[in-house]
Design a protein around this ligand. Structure first.
Ligand code: CU
Ligand code: ZN
Length: 164
């Protein structure tokens, strides 16, 4: 855009109208938290690599999921809906459990200064199928098995995935 070309509005696609090669989200605080962060999904030979960062979270483990709706408008992020679940009949799990929702990313470990980084490769996700959905970070640790959401508590940060 630095060349003064006419700007385009892209809701979920890249600004140049080309194919989506990466999905990104900016996480905003929810449920009264101060948690912010980013998410990035890139293709890999074995599915997709999901990279999530957070700041200003409480130390320890926090569940992270891709939720089915790209809508973080609710103050508690309930508008994001349930876990993204493209696998019919699946139960909640972790990123590498045999039975899982496609959006189950496990936990992000937050350090003593409130920062965390999660990098996970997921075999049944792609950049295309996460665009237009949301990434949600939770108050508590995900137990990686309890339906529907691993007992991970409130939704403390949320961001909508857009293609770039
Ligand atoms: Cu969640
Ligand atoms: Zn789940």
């Amino acid at each position: 855009m630095a060349d003064g070309g006419s700007p385009k509005v892209a809701v979920v696609g890249p600004a140049d109208g080309g194919p989506v090669s990466v999905a990104v989200a900016t996480l905003e605080p929810k449920s009264g938290s101060k948690v912010t962060g980013t998410a990035r999904v890139t293709p890999s030979a074995s599915g997709a690599v999901v990279l999530v960062t957070v700041q200003d979270a409480s130390p320890g483990e926090h569940g992270v999921h891709i939720h089915e709706k790209g809508d973080c408008s609710d103050p508690a992020a309930m508008s994001a809906g349930a876990h993204f679940n493209p696998n019919q009949g699946a139960h909640h799990g972790g990123p590498n459990t045999p039975v899982r929702h496609g959006g189950d990313l496990g936990n992000i470990n937050v350090n003593a200064t409130g920062g965390g980084l999660l990098v996970v490769t997921v075999s049944d996700l792609s950049v295309d199928n996460v665009v237009g959905r949301s990434v949600v970070v939770h108050e508590k640790q995900d137990d990686l098995h309890s339906d529907p959401a691993g007992n991970s508590g409130a939704r403390i940060a949320c961001g909508v995935m857009r293609g770039e």
